[in-house]
Design a protein around this ligand. Structure first.
Ligand SMILES: Cc1ncc(COP(=O)(O)O)c(C=O)c1O
Length: 358
């Protein structure tokens, strides 16, 4: 009998666990709740759901054939939309996969990566898993969660990181860094790869993508799981320099994007009227939701997006209380903010249910 268990790489054991929003199915079972009883304010997806054409496209997708490994049709649609060459686009099983692949492709043991916090947890995990060192730069002003550009400039000058992750707009704060600042940093640091995660850009009216900078050391990440409401399917892409994109494509698992996600993505990208209509309704719902929260004595941290942090005292206890009435919020403790929860705007009737349950 052999009792020794082969141990994993040390980095695996030191990689932080990351908490995310969305339903914890084991927790629901413990509480005797069903997913259909829950209104999920803890995820930041478009609450109006995908366009009807998306469901039709999924129904037609081939279940018994391998999907296109190179995601050709979807990439062609994106290439035309952004007027970039096909070779500059890589598609992932959600943008979370692309964040992981960036670590695999670019982080050598000991490499440093700069991350502006609080932010999405997977950047740090991807770096740590490959033996890189995460340097977290916290927002100067806890309360508004803004950064002074000088602080970021100083950190970049001092660290000269291999990667710098910038979530823009940022999850969970909803803050936006202006594109000309990103341009200035990218120009000053040609050896740093700036990964600009624009998962939520379409929720900010008029925000201009960093993609238009067209710098070799800037890679833009996009997700279709938020604005197009395809979280269950998993779909995201990256647009950047050919060599950077090629490096990510080389380390992708084969057939990383399934046939349903491809079909859905193609249909979703084409249904532009639906997207604009739902994002417009969501913007209105957001303003009334914020006003309703204010009437209940809850003040949201100013945010450019449809989600925002709210200071509630004890975020975990607040979450537990609301969960019993079928309302799920994101306790922000894992962002280092135990006094806050993150709320995402829903449809007006759902927002009203939230306010009623307060
Ligand atoms: C900022 C940010 N980037 C990326 C992701 C991952 O999104 P997906 O893998 O669903 O595309 C999330 C999910 O919450 C996120 O908040």
């Amino acid at each position: 009998m052999i009792h020794a268990v082969p141990s994993p790489r040390a980095e695996v054991l030191h990689t932080p666990r990351v908490v995310h929003g969305a339903i914890d199915y084991a927790e629901l079972r413990r509480w005797g709740l069903h997913q259909d009883d829950i209104i999920d304010f803890s995820v930041n997806s478009n609450p109006y759901g995908p366009a009807p054409a998306v469901r039709e496209a999924i129904a037609r997708a081939a279940l018994d054939r391998y999907p296109d490994r190179d995601c050709l049709v979807l990439r062609e649609l994106l290439a035309a939309r952004y007027a970039v060459a096909l070779e500059r686009i890589v598609v992932g099983n959600g943008s979370a996969e692309l964040i992981w692949l960036l670590g695999v492709a670019f982080i050598r043991p000991g490499d440093q990566a700069l991350i502006l916090t609080p932010t999405f947890g997977e950047y740090a995990r991807s770096v740590a898993l490959m033996g890189g060192e995460v340097i977290a730069l916290p927002a100067a002003d806890v309360g508004a969660f803004t950064f002074s550009p000088e602080t970021i400039t100083e950190a970049l000058d001092k660290i000269q990181p291999r990667l710098c992750f910038i979530c823009n707009p940022n999850n969970p704060t909803g803050q936006v860094l202006p594109r000309d600042l990103l341009a200035r940093w990218a120009e000053a640091h040609p050896h740093t790869l700036f990964v600009v995660d624009e998962a939520y850009i379409q929720f900010v009216p008029g925000m201009i993508s960093t993609m238009s900078l067209d710098y070799a050391n800037v890679l833009v990440l996009r997700s279709l799981t938020k604005d197009y409401a395809l979280a269950g399917l998993r779909l995201g892409y990256a647009v950047g320099n050919r060599q950077v994109v090629d490096a990510i494509a080389r380390v992708r698992p084969p057939w990383n994007v399934n046939a349903f996600a491809l079909a859905a993505g193609q249909a979703a990208l084409t249904a532009t009227d639906y997207l604009q209509a739902t994002l417009g309704m969501l913007r209105q719902a957001r303003d009334s939701f914020l006003a309703g929260l204010h009437r209940h004595g809850l003040e949201a941290v100013p945010s450019k997006t449809h989600f925002f942090l709210v200071r509630v005292g004890d975020g975990a206890a607040f979450r537990q209380r609301l969960l019993r009435s079928g309302i799920l919020v994101r306790d922000a403790a894992s962002f280092g903010l135990p006094a806050y929860v993150r709320l995402s705007t829903h449809r007006p009737e759902e927002n009203q249910r939230f306010l009623d349950s307060l």
